[in-house]
Design a protein around this ligand. Structure first.
Ligand SMILES: [Zn+2]
Length: 424
């Protein structure tokens, strides 16, 4: 990806090392790992070293470090003090203070060791660095986004996409591990999904090149919203996910409905897709209203549930903001409730809108419902619900979701020769 925008600013590598819930890919930052390696390995072998070199390192009877004589090994001293200084510059909120000598540094590391949880001492030091890195990158992206008022600028798109990824759902597919053959991504699908996650140009998305300007710029704009305001086809693949040309958006919606129904059937519930005449009694004129899914007698509910699936982009009127990254989901949820909630209620059903976003966010109401149904199923069939099991089922559904979005883009790319993209 020699020509990607983020590569040039160097940010894409760094962003990939952030945790999943911060919008990263949870890859290791080798620079940070190696920075902390030496001091941590010395700390880990302190007790053994003290046995061999008692005049260098002294350990008390309680097993704690008492003293390290600096001049006994000046090389080690220099390297560790230098490390602490470098670390402090990168992560001022970390454990090291200005002017710390070798003993102070080693004691700080020892202190982390006694109160750490599941992770290693190096893991704790590493997490301070990554936390600081996340803040720094966010500031940079935010500043670039604020420099322009144009809502379709790449800087704004990148910013908006990032904070709609800052949650556990959107990236859960990255950690799903081995899955059923049916859901294995092809290389192209994986590249597309990663490009969209990181706002990196997707090599498969056609782009306008002025140097080869035999093509008109109009060809790279899309009139799917009625044409009044042609939309630019961004090089990251976001527009192609939600584009309405060639029934693309409807296809995505229908696939998600089928997927969601499958998910509930795998929980051994009766899920009926597009049931008819549900509201006939209450509203005789409702023949055209067919909700997406009816779940008959879900466990733990007095009433049957109607699910209505909605998929929202992140560039609409209700686009996510810094304070409300889920605003677009909530707006769609409220619309659905206002439209069908009353009708469903009077017909004896409970309506739960299942709202997703193109970046894989899932509205809490649906998430709570599915989590509860997974729990109930495990209780019913295996007598005890394990939270790890619930998590793994949720991860699995995120993987499937990520892939549907990608396939939609791929489908769309194949459709390009069939449907012209100009505004007329
Ligand atoms: Zn379009």
């Amino acid at each position: 990806m020699a020509y990607c925008l983020l590569c040039m600013s160097g940010m894409w590598h760094e962003k990939a090392t952030l945790p999943i819930e911060k919008g990263g890919m949870a890859l290791n930052n080798a620079v940070y790992v190696s920075l902390t390696a030496f001091a941590c390995s010395i700390a880990a072998s302190m007790k053994e070293l003290a046995k061999v070199f008692p005049d260098w390192i002294k350990i008390g009877s309680d097993g704690k470090l008492v003293n390290v004589v600096c001049h006994k090994s000046p090389d080690v001293t220099d390297q560790i003090v230098d490390f602490a200084n470098e670390y402090r510059l990168l992560a001022p909120q970390g454990p090291f203070k200005e002017g710390d000598d070798l003993l102070a540094v080693m004691k700080s590391i020892e202190a982390i060791g006694t109160r750490r949880g599941a992770t290693t001492v190096q893991g704790v030091l590493y997490s301070y660095l990554i936390e600081e890195e996340a803040n720094r990158l966010l500031e940079t992206v935010k500043r670039k986004a604020n420099e322009t008022r144009d809502h379709t600028s790449y800087a704004k798109v990148k910013w908006r996409n990032w904070f709609s990824l800052m949650n556990l759902d959107s990236g859960a597919w990255l950690t799903a591990g081995l899955s059923s053959k049916l859901f294995v991504m092809s290389n192209d699908e994986f590249i597309s999904a990663v490009c969209r996650r990181n706002t990196v140009q997707d090599p498969r998305v056609p782009k306008y090149t002025s140097a080869l300007s035999r093509e008109s710029y109009d060809l790279f704009q899309c009139g799917c919203d009625g044409g009044a305001q042609p939309k630019a086809i961004d090089p990251f693949g976001y527009h192609l996910v939600g584009c309405k040309i060639g029934a693309n958006a409807i296809r995505l919606h229908d696939q998600v409905v089928v997927l969601v129904a499958k998910l509930f059937r795998s929980l051994r519930l009766e899920a009926i897709v597009e049931p008819i005449r549900l509201f006939a009694e209450v509203s005789p004129n409702s023949e055209n209203q067919r909700p997406d899914i009816l779940i008959r007698n879900p466990r733990g509910f007095g009433r049957s549930i109607i699910l209505d699936v909605a998929i929202t982009g992140i560039d609409g009127q209700s686009r996510p903001t810094e304070e409300f990254p889920d605003r677009h989901l909530q707006v769609r949820y409220d619309q659905k409730i206002a439209k069908y909630g009353h009708l469903a209620d009077r017909s004896g059903f409970q309506l739960i809108p299942a709202v997703f976003s193109h970046t894989g966010q899932i509205h809490t109401a649906f998430k709570d419902f599915i989590r509860e149904q997974i729990r109930q199923k495990i209780v019913a069939f295996e007598s005890q619900a394990k939270s790890s099991k619930i998590k793994s089922v949720l991860k699995y559904s995120s993987l499937v979701w990520g892939q549907f979005v990608t396939q939609t883009v791929i489908f769309h790319l194949f459709g390009i020769s069939k449907y012209s993209y100009h505004t007329s």
